[in-house]
Design a protein around this ligand. Sequence first.
Ligand code: 6CS
Length: 346
Amino acid sequence: MRAGLTTLALLLLGCEPAHGDVEIWRFAIEETPGSVQDAYAQRFAERVAERTDGAVRVIVYPYGALGTSDHITEQLHMGTLQLAMSSPGHLGKLIPEVQAFLLHFVLDPDPAVNARALRDPELRAFLDELYEEKGLAFLTAFGEGPMAWTTREPVRRPEDFDGVRMRVMTSPLLLASYAAYGASPTPLPYGEVYSGLQLHMIDGQVNPVFAIEEMSFYEVTDVLTFPHHAEFVTTVAASPAFLEGLTPARRQMLEAIVDELQLEIFEVQSRVNGERLDAIRERRPELEVVDLDADEQARFRDAARPVRDEYLELAGPRGAELLDRIEGAVRRARAATPDDDTPSDP
Ligand code: 6CS
């Protein structure tokens, strides 16, 4: 008991209990083991261990170990965590501008284009500023795959959303996005979605396929729809005090690893989303899989247009600037991305 309290006190002070001479970096993710975020964090941990000859150990905390996404962000903010995944889907309460990533039909339907756009130096410099102002350090942003709807009934037109209780992440803009289609958006933490679907407290939710598989949402749904309206984007953030406390060599090492993982994680999400869709189809052959055609997408695009104004109202002029930078980066990325879907170095 005494040892437990000591550990807790050290954690609250932002220190890890000494493990010999090993320095500990705590990295919280918003997803479960086997997820895209887990693949990122595990690779990051392996490389840090290798390049420091074991002098630094990264401990990866999966979803739930340190609470919900909101709890993780608070801990990073307080400096009791060194590194964390901070998705705009939840981070919008702290940094309203990042909700630009949640607007529908802003990112490209092709994840390879978004992967390239998210490496845009001007976009990243602006994210650095926004995070810094809110007491966080931005390290990178990456896509985890196209968002898909799981619902009980087919949704091919905005009218089909009428009365559908759609679970969304907790950033406020998502309420406006699904209300614009006529749905009843219901914000819930990730860990409550399965039971919400099972108990019919909600009728549907939206996430990339890998998450729909590993959180078993496909078990409690009838239709899986690819609307081509958005990609799930996450960001990797650090505690500014932690970064400032690193030696220049360690900081350079960290930045080099983040850089290397940028292309790797694109490949991981692509493979994992494909494999998991096959697994879902095999386990639930009766599940209806719908791919919205161009006309159907256009109806949702029209219905989503007014949400842009709601975003600008929520996020202000700096929000407008971020949206502008994202759209510019996507345009440039679209022009530069070859058809083979591989985001090679610019
Ligand atoms: O839906 C959510 O809340 C979560 N979805 C994913 C794919 N990652 C983390 C996020 O919290």
